[in-house]
Design a protein around this ligand. Sequence first.
Ligand SMILES: [Zn+2]
Length: 329
Amino acid sequence: MTELAIGVDIGGTKMHAAAVDRTGRIVLERIAPTLAQEGGEAVLLRALELTGAVLAEAERLSGARLAGIGIGSAGQIDFATGKVAYAGETMPGWTGIPLGAAVKERFGLPVWTDNDVNVFAVGEKALGAAREFDHFVCLMLGTGVGGAIMEGGRLVRGAFGGAGELGHLSVNFDGPRCYCGNYGCLELYASGTGIARLAREQAAAETAAAGTDKADGAAGVPEGGSEGPDSHAVIRGWLAGEPWAVRIMDKVVLALGTGISSLVHTFNPQAVIIGGGVAATGEPLMAAIRERVKAQTYPSMGGHLRILPAGLGAGAGVIGAAAQVWVYG
Ligand SMILES: [Zn+2]
């Protein structure tokens, strides 16, 4: 009999539910917009509806047994109760939502609920790039920067479910103030929005250096619309060897190298697994990060470290969420 787990991945922009088998194969899936601005209760109802739709469809598959539901959500999650302990401005009213309990009550199946990057780490450990590691750190480089830490095969959660907020590891105490309160957080340099911010800063510096007119020519940051070039344009330019993009990405790589080096000195992990849209750049970015980390860590720790791209790809969110069912069930 086929055994399936339902994985639900709730992000600030979209929610994704899927029926996943033990090998991590997505059997069926549905995606819906989160519409976070409608508030926490509305998001919860939409998540229940989406989960119910996938469950009903999975039940119709002849011979499938549903083993449970695993949820990964943006924000700080209390793993023991499945409650959202804290969610930022991108998901207003999500704080305090009894997510796990509501899903359990509605569907009567075992439910596990955790932070989205924690479940990403669970998925990478069970089925992805971290299969052979018990001590590793995950970094998700997307719109923001998320993180998770696995130590001795167990997630490090901290006292209130907040451990692993690696985007708010400072890499520059002289840097700009972050919305978390700290200065020069990794997220301000290594996220999609952070890279775009560096491009705007560099364009402004070029304009100032050139007097009243923006510096023109091949060496300058291209206009790229009113917001300037986005992170994709910067990365494309970097891969093509364009000097303006190389200058920006040198900072991004230095920030990542500095942050990861601090993590290496703190946790002495076997591996750092890097996922998210920015990491989709693949090997050139990995190679640049490896070189920096090697130069900035004790050889006894950095020398043995593996820095690897995530193994699960675009479905990593739901596959990791569902993997909780196999790991904890
Ligand atoms: Zn911060």
